[in-house]
Design a binder for this molecule. Structure first.
Ligand code: ATP
Ligand code: MG
Length: 451
C-alpha cells in the first residue's frame, strides 16, 4: 500500500541537504519534521525547516563544528545551525514527561527513537517526518489526514489538549489557515478543555491568534468555535446570534463580522480591526418606536474593547493604535473630495487611510446587498486618494513649504507658538485657502503670530 507520496522525493534547499549529509557523516540520522513536511505535502513552499535527530545537543554542536551553531533551547534539545545563511532548527528526538500545569512538561527526556518523538507532537499532520532516502515516516496517519483535510490530535486528543492548552488554539489556527475540518474527538477535546487557555501566556496566544485571524477559513472557526475563542475575547460571546433588527443588515453581529473579515487581505491589523469593529454593538443596542435597531456609540465602545483585549495579549503598541483608529473610524462618513482626502491623510497617514477604505468596503460587503451601492463611492474615494498622492499634494507638516526654522527666522522663539502657527498654516493649505508656497506662508505666519 505504498502511495506515490510515501516514496516521493522532496526537492530540498541546498543547506538542508548539507545538514542531512553532515549528520550522516557523523554517524547520526536527521529528519525534516513538522510544518515544513506538512507544507511540502500541501504544495506550499515551507518558510522554515525544522529537523529532529538522534544526536544529543552536545553531539550536534560537535558535528556542526565550523558552522555557526546557536544554543537556542539546549535544555529542550534544540540548537539552530546556520548553513549558508539559512537557519535550521534541530532538536534531539524527545519524549515529554507529565504536564502538571497544562503548559510545560515536567521533564524532557531525550531518545534515539524517532517514533517516540513523533508521538509527542500535537496533530497528525505535524507528526510526519521525512528523510531523503527513507521517504516519509508517518506513524500516525498524517498523510491520510492531509488528504482528507482533517486536524486530528496525535493519540488521545483529550490528553493532548490537557497536557498543553496552547494546542487548543493551534488546532483552531491550523483549521482556519489550511481550511481543514476538526476531527470529531479532537473538536470535543478542544471544546471541553478550552478553559485551560487561561494558563497560557499572552504572547503564545497572540502568536496563534495572529495567524488564525488571517486564515482563509477564519469565518467558520469564529462562528463554530466561538465558545473557545470567547475564553480569550469574551466580547465575541454576546455578539453571536445578536440580531441587528435593521434593514442595513442581513446577518447577526458575529456572522457579519466573520463574513467581513474574509473580504480583507490576510494582514493582522486589518483582520484585528474587523474582528473588533462591531463588538461594542450588543452593549449599545437600542430599538426605536418603529422597532428598528440602533447602535449609537458602538464604534467608540468597540475601540475600547479592541484596545483592552489587544493590550492584554501584549500586541505591539503601534498595532494597537492602528487597530484602535480603524475601529473608531470604521463607520464615519468621509466626503469624496480632495480636501477631505487630504484631511484624512493628515489624520491617518496613507497606509492607514487605505486600510480604513478596505475596512469600510469589507463592512459594506457584509451588509444587505441593496446597500452595496456605497461601494461605488469608496471606489471614487480611492481614486481621489491615488490622485492626491500622485500630485504630491501637501497634507502633513513635512510637506509644508515652511518649517520651524523659517518661523524662528521671523523672530518667533516660543516652541508652542511655532507649533500653533505651523498647524494653522497646514490647515489652510489642506483646505486650499493658502498656496503651499514659502513667500505666501511666511506672510501668513506674520499675520498669525501673537507676539
Ligand atoms: P508553522 O507553519 O506555524 O511554523 P509548525 O507546525 O511548523 O507551523 P511550529 O510552532 O514551528 O509549528 O512547531 C514545529 C513542530 O513542533 C510542529 O509541527 C509540531 O510537530 C511541534 N509542535 C509545536 N508546538 C507544539 C505543541 N504545543 N505541542 C506539540 N507539538 C508541538
Ligand atoms: Mg514551523
Amino acid at each position: 500500500m505504498t502511495s506515490a507520496w510515501e516514496v516521493m522525493r522532496l526537492s530540498l534547499p541546498k543547506p538542508v541537504e548539507k545538514a542531512f549529509k553532515r549528520l550522516e557523516s557523523c554517524g547520526f540520522c536527521g529528519y525534516l519534521v513538522g510544518g515544513c513536511v506538512r507544507d511540502y505535502l500541501l504544495n506550499t513552499p515551507p518558510t522554515d525547516f525544522d529537523m529532529t535527530t538522534d544526536a544529543t545537543p552536545a553531539e550536534m554542536i560537535a558535528c556542526f563544528a565550523g558552522y555557526r551553531v546557536l544554543e537556542t533551547g539546549i535544555r529542550h534539545g534544540t540548537v539552530t545551525v546556520i548553513i549558508d545563511g539559512m537557519a535550521i532548527e534541530m532538536t534531539t528526538h524527545r519524549i515529554e514527561g507529565d504536564y502538571s500545569d497544562s503548559r510545560h512538561p515536567d521533564a524532557v527526556q531525550f531518545t534515539r527513537n524517532l517514533v517516540d518523538d513523533l508521538a509527542r507532537r500535537d496533530f497528525t499532520i505535524n507528526a510526519i517526518a521525512y528523510h531523503p532516502q527513507k521517504g516519509l515516516i508517518d506513524h500516525y496517519g498524517g498523510v491520510a489526514d492531509i488528504k482528507k483535510k482533517i486536524i486530528r490530535g496525535v493519540g488521545d486528543p483529550h490528553k493532548r489538549m490537557t497536557e498543553d492548552a496552547l494546542r487548543i488554539l493551534r488546532g483552531l489556527r491550523f483549521a482556519a489557515v489550511l481550511g481543514f475540518a476538526l476531527e470529531g474527538q479532537t473538536q470535543r477535546a478542544i471544546r471541553q478543555n478550552c478553559g485551560q487557555l487561561a494558563n497560557i501566556s499572552a504572547e503564545r496566544i497572540a502568536a496563534e491568534l495572529n495567524k488564525l485571524i488571517c486564515g482563509k477559513n477564519v469565518k467558520a472557526i469564529i462562528l463554530e468555535e466561538t465558545a473557545v475563542l470567547g475564553v480569550v475575547i469574551p466580547e465575541l460571546l454576546p455578539a453571536k446570534n445578536f440580531e441587528q433588527q435593521s434593514p442595513y443588515h442581513c446577518y447577526d453581529v458575529l456572522t457579519h463580522t466573520a463574513v467581513a473579515m474574509e473580504t480583507l487581505a490576510p494582514l493582522p491589523r486589518l483582520r484585528w480591526a474587523m474582528l473588533f469593529h462591531d463588538l461594542g454593538k450588543p452593549q449599545t443596542f437600542t430599538r426605536d418606536a418603529a422597532g428598528v435597531g440602533h447602535f449609537k456609540g458602538h464604534s467608540k465602545c468597540s475601540e475600547v474593547i479592541a484596545r483592552e483585549r489587544l493590550r492584554a495579549l501584549r500586541i505591539s503598541k503601534v498595532t494597537i493604535d492602528q487597530v484602535g483608529l480603524l475601529v473608531k473610524y470604521h463607520g464615519v462618513h468621509i466626503d469624496v473630495d480632495k480636501k477631505s482626502v487630504k484631511r484624512w491623510l493628515n489624520r491617518l497617514s496613507e497606509p492607514l487611510f487605505r486600510d480604513l477604505i478596505a475596512i469600510k468596503r469589507g463592512d459594506n460587503l457584509a451588509k444587505a446587498s441593496k446597500y452595496h451601492s456605497r461601494l461605488e463611492s469608496l471606489q471614487r474615494l480611492e481614486a481621489l486618494l491615488d490622485q492626491v498622492i500622485a500630485e504630491k499634494a501637501c497634507f502633513s507638516l513635512k510637506d509644508l513649504a515652511v518649517n520651524g526654522h523659517d518661523l524662528i527666522g521671523l523672530g518667533i522663539k516660543n516652541g508652542e507658538e511655532i507649533g500653533r502657527i505651523l498647524k494653522l498654516l497646514l490647515t489652510g493649505v489642506i483646505d486650499e485657502v493658502y498656496q503651499n508656497e514659502k513667500e505666501v506662508l511666511i506672510e501668513k505666519a506674520k499675520e498669525l503670530r501673537r507676539c
